[in-house]
Design a protein around this ligand. Structure first.
Ligand code: HEM
Ligand SMILES: *[C@@H]1O[C@H](CO)[C@@H](O)[C@H](O)[C@H]1NC(C)=O
Ligand SMILES: *[C@@H]1O[C@H](CO)[C@@H](O)[C@H](O)[C@H]1NC(C)=O
Ligand SMILES: *[C@@H]1O[C@H](CO)[C@@H](O)[C@H](O)[C@H]1NC(C)=O
Length: 337
């Protein structure tokens, strides 16, 4: 009897509740179309946008394979300071000192000309319609794809910021020689988390770093007068050859992932497991059990890394965006209208 009552009364009640859930969540919940920010935003106003950006990044990549890494980093540094609003592209003015000359960016971040040139092509096709912020976001995804990395879904309708801050860039961008806890705190303050630190650091599967960013690991680690004990000995010898212990070597380049420098794969994590990560902040991911578990998992499962990288990139690409009537559509990416 009790069983019959259960099936007669609880099943219809359950169906009612799930139906209620459906009708309430469809029109007002996640199924809602945000007319200011969505997947199809430029379908009518600039239908060739995707092709123009794809061609622009491809042409730059054909001339300079490293540009894929540089555009991905440019996007990260944009989104991490003032949101994904193309603030990093703004030159200094009499009103503000921008992000370009902040310590982590000056003589380091590359790719400004590529974005400015794609923007000019986009203006020719559909003027005053597409933001520099959306172009940079798309160019970063194209760069990952061209390097063999995963596709990830993006919405559009970001607008361009009106200002930039050198001070904010100096304070907020992560440093390769600060502890993992500090880097994690910077990510958390942006709405990202420790997993995103471990996943997005996987971007270091492509590109290069200048010797000064990791040199203390090679000769005088934290004032010990000795190399970093967490650096494998053969890698140490190779890197000491590329970065001799004198200032003249400071801007020499070393690959962030020596195993497959231009290929977007999971070799970065294999390197970390083998103690051959380049930056202190890379190898530090093995020094905390929470991130070490992720590193180990990604080192043996490239599909898991691809899937997690894709979802963290979608998150990164949505940070602090301006939509609707906020900000503007710049004519040129280097200055406000
Ligand atoms: C987790 C904290 C991070 C730190 C401390 C860090 C630090 C660095 C440093 C020091 C360099 C070398 C710059 C130079 O020598 O001029 C570099 C390069 C690079 N970073 Fe990061 N990074 C971090 C996270 C990220 C993230 C989240 C991304 C993208 C999603 C990224 C993408 C890149 C790329 C692709 C390069 C190579 C750029 C090129 O070759 O032009 N990094 N990073
Ligand atoms: C090709 O790449 C180099 C950097 O490696 C850059 O200086 C040059 O301007 C690029 N040329 C074109 C046509 O984009
Ligand atoms: C890490 O963060 C703490 C707390 O904000 C700060 O006092 C410390 O100087 C930071 N360490 C480094 C190396 O930046
Ligand atoms: C890296 O580590 C894996 C096992 O974790 C090992 O099979 C491989 O030989 C190592 N590669 C190098 C270059 O040391």
């Amino acid at each position: 009897m009790a069983k019959t009552l259960f099936s007669y009364f609880t099943i219809p009640l359950f169906l009612c509740l799930s139906w209620l859930h459906l009708v309430t969540s469809f029109p007002f919940g996640s199924g809602q179309i945000d007319y200011n920010y969505n997947y199809n935003y430029y379908d009518r106003s600039c239908p060739r946008l995707g092709m123009i950006v794809k061609y622009g990044v491809w042409a730059a990549f054909k001339n300079d394979t490293r540009i894929a890494a540089s555009l991905l980093r440019l996007h990260f540094h944009d989104c991490f300071v003032n949101g994904c609003d193309a603030s990093i592209l703004l030159d200094d003015t009499i009103d503000f000192r921008g992000e370009k000359n902040a310590f982590p960016n000056r003589n380091s971040v590359r790719g400004y000309e590529v974005i400015e040139s794609i923007k000019a092509d986009v203006e020719n096709a559909c003027s005053s319609t597409v933001s520099c912020a959306d172009i940079l976001t798309l160019a970063a995804r194209e760069s990952v794809l061209l390097s063999g990395g995963p596709y990830y879904p993006l919405s559009f309708g970001r607008r361009d910021g009106l200002t930039a801050s050198e001070k904010a860039a100096n304070e907020q961008l992560p440093s390769p020689i600060e502890p993992l806890e500090n880097i994690t705190a910077k990510f958390t303050s942006k709405g990202l988390d420790m997993k995103d630190v471990a996943v997005l650091s996987g971007a270091h599967t492509i590109g290069f770093a200048q010797c000064f960013t990791f040199k203390r690991r090679l000769f005088d680690f934290k004032g010990t007068g000795k190399p970093d004990p967490t650096l494998e000995s053969l890698a140490l010898t190779n890197l000491q050859g590329m970065c001799p212990n004198k200032d003249a070597s400071n801007s020499n380049l070393a690959p962030l992932d020596y195993a497959s420098t231009y290929r977007f794969d999971n070799a970065y994590y294999v390197n970390l497991v083998n103690s051959t990560g380049l930056l202190e902040s890379d190898q530090a991911l093995m020094g905390d059990p929470r991130t070490a578990a992720l590193v180990t998992a990604y080192s043996s499962n490239s599909y898991l890394f691809s899937a997690d990288f894709a979802s963290s990139m979608t998150k990164l690409s949505n940070l602090g965006i301006l939509t609707g009537s906020n900000g503007q559509i710049r004519k040129k990416c280097g200055s406000v209208n």
